[in-house]
Write a protein that binds this ligand. Structure first.
Ligand code: NAD
Ligand code: MG
Length: 335
């Protein structure tokens, strides 16, 4: 026990505080388990280096778009850990790519903060999506599942209409779905490939946002998932990195258009995060095995570690944040 802690606990005892409170003050230094501390309402200090799995990871490959349920280790999206505190009560959110990764983490967190949530995903991801829908329902919130391919403009328009109908309105739009496929050279990228990345990452947010605007009242928010690739592009992500730069410019330009209408637009720029996108063609096997090892925290991030950023950007108390990109990259890259 250091002298400051000693002083505090002595003062509490001398001051005649109850034994329970005195014990709580001492708890971190007398080695209670994490769950016991949790029951006592104490959040122990967590070392960010030790919190989650580190490389080397097992070699693994899934067909695109990949499933959370087949990843090893399974990513943490906050399924058992995220605790809400009423920050988004009554809000209505549409999240693309809400079945897995950052989208799933945001969906779980939003529901636990009191929001009704619609998620979009590809039909092949139905089993992942069902897990998220069940978790949203468990919070007593409305959960709307809207499968479909965002590369289709008509579907994007329909998605917004179905979300508005299912939720009874819309005030949070999270443009999060993304396509990332590693290619060693520009000459390995076919026009179909390039087109699929552009359609998913640039056209879809454009189509969806345009359709959503007719429903968004002042106080609504738009959040885009961009990337450190926007500012520090990898050689093997030539097409993808361009789309992420576009996502960042989307945020900065649209925030200027929509600020006068009372709608905030912000972005989240993740670094290497352990998600299905990476194991389904997003990364080379070598990068995957060493994933996140070159960051100062020496590990990849987990989607759960970004959930609070999506909540913060959506919440009313972030009312002066617009046109901003919030990063979470383990110390590498800049938003
Ligand atoms: P993820 O695979 O879990 O989520 C991406 C989702 O995009 C998929 O679940 C899928 O539902 C959706 N999607 C892709 N193509 C689609 C299409 N044509 N139609 C409908 N949905 C489609 O992976 P993630 O890493 O959580 O990705 C979420 C966002 O995070 C993406 O925009 C990605 O670019 C971004 N990002 C990821 C990382 C990372 O290291 N994982 C880093 C920076 C940015
Ligand atoms: Mg998925």
């Amino acid at each position: 026990m250091n002298s400051e802690e000693n002083k505090i606990s002595r003062r509490m005892v001398i001051g005649g505080l109850g034994a329970g409170i005195a014990t709580m003050a001492l708890a971190p230094v007398v080695g209670y388990s994490k769950s016991t501390l949790g029951q006592m309402g104490i959040l122990p200090v967590e070392d960010p280096r030790m919190k989650y799995p580190k490389p080397p990871f097992k070699e693994q490959k899934q067909p695109w778009p990949g499933l959370v349920s087949k990843m090893d280790p399974r990513p943490d999206h906050g399924e058992t850990s995220y605790k809400g505190s009423g920050r988004l009560v009554g809000r209505k959110a549409l999240i693309t790519g809400g079945d897995s990764g950052m989208g799933r983490a945001a969906a779980i967190a939003y529901a636990r903060e009191g929001a009704d949530v619609a998620i979009n995903y590809l039909p092949a991801e139905e089993s992942d999506a069902k897990e998220v829908i069940d978790l949203i329902k468990k919070e007593g919130r409305k959960a709307v599942a809207i499968p479909g391919d965002l590369r289709n403009e008509d579907f994007c328009k329909q998605l917004v209409e179905d979300a508005v109908t299912g939720l009874g309105g819309l005030d949070i739009l999270v443009n999060n779905a993304g396509r990332q496929q590693t290619r060693p050279s520009i000459t390995d990228i076919s026009s179909e490939d390039f087109d699929a990345t552009m359609k998913t990452n640039i056209y879809a947010p454009f189509w969806i946002t345009k359709a959503a605007l007719t429903h968004l009242l002042p106080g609504s928010v738009i959040i885009s998932t961009t990337s450190v690739q926007a500012t520090d592009p990898s050689a093997d992500l030539f097409d993808y990195a361009q789309t992420k730069a576009a996502n960042t410019s989307f945020v900065r330009s649209l925030a200027k258009q929509l600020g006068p209408k009372g709608i905030r637009v912000n972005g989240v720029a993740p670094g290497p995060i352990w998600t299905a996108l990476q194991v389904s063609g997003g990364a080379t096997m070598d990068k995957l095995v060493n994933f996140g090892g070159d960051t100062p925290l020496a590990r990849p991030g987990q989607p759960a570690e970004l959930a609070s950023i999506y909540v913060q950007l959506a919440a009313n108390d972030a009312s002066y944040a617009t046109g901003q990109i919030y990063g979470a990259a383990g110390g590498g890259g800049q938003p």
